[in-house]
Write a protein that binds this ligand. Structure first.
Ligand SMILES: Cc1cc2nc3c(=O)[nH]c(=O)nc-3n(C[C@H](O)[C@H](O)[C@H](O)COP(=O)(O)OP(=O)(O)OC[C@H]3O[C@@H](n4cnc5c(N)ncnc54)[C@H](O)[C@@H]3O)c2cc1C
Ligand code: FES
Ligand code: FES
Length: 503
């Protein structure tokens, strides 16, 4: 296979790398090929944030910055982007960037492994929020640092640092110069096209992606690599050829019409969750608990869906919402309900020449998001619950999403999606049947919980026992019942440690 040149912008200079194997990670290239050892390796699986770097791409005439994990990112995927590591922040005279200076002043710098990662997440926050005039609240700081773990429990000074960056003298990147550089790189790539013999195929357009998929069905399809990256770092897999969907413009788009929110498979989890939470604001807290920010900034909705993990978080919600998945190939397209996409544990109906193209989510409920339903619209409730051992950056033991529309107290429409209870993400058909057309009462909720228990046989594993999962499922239906009755304080988001402290 032919080698392909990787070109990206760093410190305002163009970096060009050749002979990089397709599965080589960005962290390996930084540390071993470029000698940039400031970026650290902790876990090698996207959990700890020691390897955090920031990438940027043009977006409507500006740069869009994203903190990502270099350890599970394939180096080729940053071709055409701008990159900052912890070594790229201080000025040529040694003056510290506000992300670094704030850490010094707040005594936030602790061990040498985590600190570079924390600084890069602060840098991402600085570019996306501070320079755009937003106030960094404690909540925002926690959210932006959700992918950085510190084992010495020193979060408080780091959060203080996040909140004090804005008071320091401003430092801005030369965005216009970087944009010009990236536009020139893009034009060069577009004119060169993609050579089918290349070991890393990264098409820019949909027709080219589909043609390459048909011609190279053996190539490893990748998106954000937040799953595939672990096959490389933990299972030492090597790929003869990789086909990367993330730069396909058509698949990055999110479109709204009267009926649907159509999310391109290559839209990042950050963008997809923002679009879904704009339609259903009550989902914002659920999405904050999906991995940590760097994983959401890299991973895609299409990758989450295609990966089909039974403990994946987006699928139960999408199933409850009645989402359909659109599969594309050179032969045309086909569309099916999401739950019918899965045929077994991490198996699906995709043919060798197909890719997941779009996820179509019906825009149910009030046409005025966040507002009360209008007369004649019925009453709609939507909740998604994630049960995991940690609040941030953890995988679900159980995930349950319920969408219910009531008319005159009777269940008119019901969608229930469940994760962690079967070999695939699943629709709770029996529980739905137990509720449809019935008055919504405490007794009906108990019947639905019993139907859920009869319908699924969860397994025991390191995350939870089968008995715990079964009990939690029933409890979540009870929580949903209480929330539909106006009890808003039966969830983790409204839990306050201080209030719960013993007198
Ligand atoms: C630290 C960490 C925490 C995580 N936490 C969570 C969590 O809380 N909840 C959760 O659900 N997941 C979690 N994940 C899993 C992961 O983030 C998701 O599964 C992710 O959405 C996968 O998307 P990706 O773009 O990275 O896909 P990739 O890793 O690139 O690909 C995954 C699979 O999907 C296939 N694929 C990708 N795109 C397409 C396409 N367009 N068409 C066909 N096939 C395709 C690939 O071939 C591959 O088989 C976590 C991962 C990490 C590392
Ligand atoms: S090394 Fe831990 S997230 Fe990358
Ligand atoms: S900063 Fe590394 S363990 Fe706390």
């Amino acid at each position: 296979m032919e080698s392909r040149t990787i070109r990206f912008s760093r410190r305002g200079e163009l970096v060009s790398l050749t002979n990089v194997p397709p599965e080589r990670t960005l962290l390996q290239v930084l540390r071993e090929d470029l000698g940039a050892t400031g970026t650290k390796e902790g876990c090698g699986e996207g959990d700890c944030g020691a390897c955090t770097v920031v990438i940027a791409e043009p977006d409507q005439g500006r740069l869009r910055y994203r903190a990502i994990n270099a350890c599970i990112r394939l180096a080729h995927s940053i071709d055409g982007m701008a990159l900052w590591t912890v070594e790229d922040l201080a000025g040529s005279d040694g003056a510290l960037h506000p992300a670094q200076e704030a850490m010094v002043q707040a005594h936030g710098s602790q061990c040498g492994f985590c600190t570079p990662g924390f600084v890069m997440s602060l840098f991402g926050m600085y570019q996306n929020h501070v320079l755009r005039g937003a106030t960094v609240t404690r909540e925002l700081a926690q959210e932006e640092l959700s992918g950085n773990l510190c084992r010495c429990t020193g979060y408080r000074p780091i959060l203080d640092a996040a909140q004090s960056m804005a008071a320091l003298p401003r430092i801005e990147q030369d965005e216009q110069a970087i944009l010009r550089q990236l536009e020139a790189l893009h034009a060069q790539r577009a004119s060169e096209g993609v050579r089918g013999a290349s070991a890393y195929l990264a098409p820019l357009g949909l027709p080219e992606l589909l043609r390459l998929r048909a011609a190279h069905p053996q190539a490893q399809l990748v998106a954000g690599c937040t799953d595939v990256g672990l096959w490389v770092t933990k299972m030492h897999q090597q790929f003869g050829q990789v086909l990367d969907v993330t730069q396909v413009q058509e698949l990055q788009r999110i479109a709204h019409d009267e009926q649907h929110l159509t999310i391109g498979a290559a839209a990042t989890l950050t963008s997809a969750s923002e679009a879904l939470a704009a339609q259903w604001p009550q989902l914002a807290a659920f999405f904050q608990r999906f991995a940590g920010l760097p994983v959401r900034n890299a991973g895609t909705l299409g990758g989450n869906v295609a990966n089909g993990s039974p403990i994946g978080d987006s699928m139960p919600l999408l199933i409850a919402l009645g989402a359909r998945v659109v599969l594309l190939s050179v032969r045309g397209e086909r569309e099916l309900p999401l739950e019918q996409f899965y045929t077994g544990y991490r198996q699906n109906v995709l043919a060798g020449d197909e890719v997941v193209g779009w996820i179509k989510v019906p825009r149910t409920g009030s046409p005025h998001p966040g507002a009360l339903p209008q007369a004649g619209e019925g009453e709609e409730f939507l909740r998604a619950y994630k049960i995991s051992k940690r609040y941030d950056d953890d995988i679900s033991a159980v995930c349950l999403a319920i969408r219910m529309r009531l008319r005159d107290g009777v269940v008119e429409e019901i969608g229930i999606g469940a994760g962690g209870v079967a070999a695939t993400p699943a629709r709770a058909v029996q529980a739905e049947a137990a509720l449809r057309g019935q008055p919504w009462t405490a007794q009906a909720a108990r019947r639905a919980a019993a139907a859920l228990g009869a319908e699924f046989r969860p397994i025991s594993d390191m995350r939870a026992s089968a008995a715990y999962r079964a009990e939690v499922l029933a409890n979540l239906v009870q929580r949903f019942w209480l929330e539909t009755q106006g009890h808003a304080d039966v969830n983790l988001e409204s839990f306050r440690l201080a209030e719960a402290a013993l007198p």
